[in-house]
Design a protein around this ligand. Structure first.
Ligand code: HPA
Length: 281
C-alpha cells in the first residue's frame, strides 16, 4: 500500500467508503456514478426508489463548504436504471488534495459503476456561447499543473494513463442522441480546469482562448483523470452559467449568478441526463 495522499484516497479508502455506502443503499450495481455540479443538484430529486447518505456518514468524505453543493450521496433509479449521484463535490480550492478531488470516481468504481458522468458550471469562452448553454465535454485542458495521481502508484491504477480519449466517443454520441430526442440543444467543446477560487483575469481568459479552451471552471478534471486511471468510461456536460471574464464585457462575476443560471438550465440538464441514462448499454 502506498503511504502518500494518493494512498489516503486510493483504492483501499474507496473500498471502505463503498462498504459503508452499500450498507445504506443495498448492493445493486449502478450503471453510472454522477457528480452534480454547482446549481445542478436538482437531478438528485429525479431519482426514484431513492436512498440518501450524508457525506458526514461516509468514511473519507469531508463535508462540502461551497453554497450549491449540499453534501449528500443519492442512490436509486433514474429512468429505471440503477444509478448513484453525488450532490456536492470536493474542490482543490477548498484546500483539498487533488487525490481527494478525484476520490468520487474511485468510490463509484468500488460500488460497481463502469461509467462516470461529470457536470459543472463553467464560464463560456467560445464567442458564440450564451449563459444557459449546455456543452458536451469533448476534451479538457488541465490548467493547474495538479494531478490526482501524484504520488506512489495505487493498486489497480495505471501509472501513466492514456488520455487520448478522456471523454468516451460512444457516450458522447449517446448524449447527442438524447439531446435530439429531448429537444435539448447541445454544443460540444473543450473544458479548462483552473484552480480558483478567484475567477480568471481578462488576460488569463484570452490566454485560455488561444489554448483552445471553450469553457473554464474549477473542477471535474481530477475526477476524470482518476476515472481514466482505473479504466472507467467518462461523459460530461458543462453548464455555461456566464461568459468568462472579459468575453464581451468586464462585468464582475458572482457565484450567486452562476447558481441562478444553472438553476434556469437545470430542467434541460435533467431531461438530457435522464434520457442518456435510459440509453446506457
Ligand atoms: N470561471 C471559472 N469557474 C466558473 C466560472 C468562470 O467564469 N463560471 C462558473 N464556474
Amino acid at each position: 500500500m502506498s503511504t502518500g495522499r494518493n494512498g489516503q484516497y486510493g483504492s483501499q479508502a474507496a473500498a471502505n467508503a463503498a462498504a459503508t455506502i452499500r450498507n445504506r443503499i443495498g448492493t445493486e450495481q449502478p450503471v453510472v456514478g454522477i457528480v452534480l455540479g454547482s446549481g445542478l443538484a436538482g437531478l438528485a430529486d429525479r431519482f426514484e426508489n431513492v436512498r440518501r447518505v450524508e457525506y458526514r456518514d461516509i468514511p473519507g468524505f469531508p463535508v462540502p463548504t461551497v453554497v450549491g453543493h449540499p453534501g449528500v450521496l443519492v442512490a436509486g433509479t433514474l429512468a429505471g436504471r440503477h444509478a448513484v449521484a453525488l450532490a456536492g463535490r470536493f474542490h482543490m480550492y477548498e484546500g483539498h488534495d487533488a487525490a481527494l478531488a478525484g476520490f468520487p470516481a474511485r468510490v463509484f468504481a468500488a460500488l460497481g459503476a463502469d461509467v462516470l458522468f461529470v457536470s459543472n458550471a463553467a464560464g463560456g469562452i467560445r464567442r458564440t456561447f450564451r449563459p444557459g448553454d449546455l456543452m458536451v465535454i469533448a476534451d479538457h485542458v488541465n490548467l493547474t499543473g495538479r494531478n490526482p495521481l501524484l504520488g506512489p502508484v495505487e493498486a489497480g491504477d495505471l501509472r501513466f494513463p492514456d488520455m487520448s480519449e478522456p471523454y468516451d466517443a460512444d457516450l458522447r454520441a449517446t448524449l447527442h442522441r438524447a439531446g435530439k430526442r429531448t429537444g435539448v440543444v447541445l454544443v460540444e467543446g473543450v473544458y479548462g480546469w483552473a484552480l480558483g477560487p478567484s475567477y480568471e483575469t481578462p488576460t488569463e481568459v484570452r490566454m485560455f482562448e488561444r489554448l483552445g479552451v471553450d469553457a473554464v471552471g474549477m473542477s471535474t478534471v481530477p475526477e476524470v483523470i482518476a476515472a481514466r486511471a482505473i479504466g472507467m468510461r467518462v461523459a460530461g456536460v458543462s453548464c455555461v452559467t456566464n461568459l468568462a471574464c472579459g468575453i464581451t464585457t468586464n462585468t464582475p462575476l458572482d457565484h450567486k449568478e452562476v447558481l441562478a443560471v444553472a438553476k434556469q438550465a437545470a430542467g434541460r440538464f435533467e431531461s438530457l441526463v435522464l434520457e442518456w441514462v435510459r440509453d446506457l448499454a
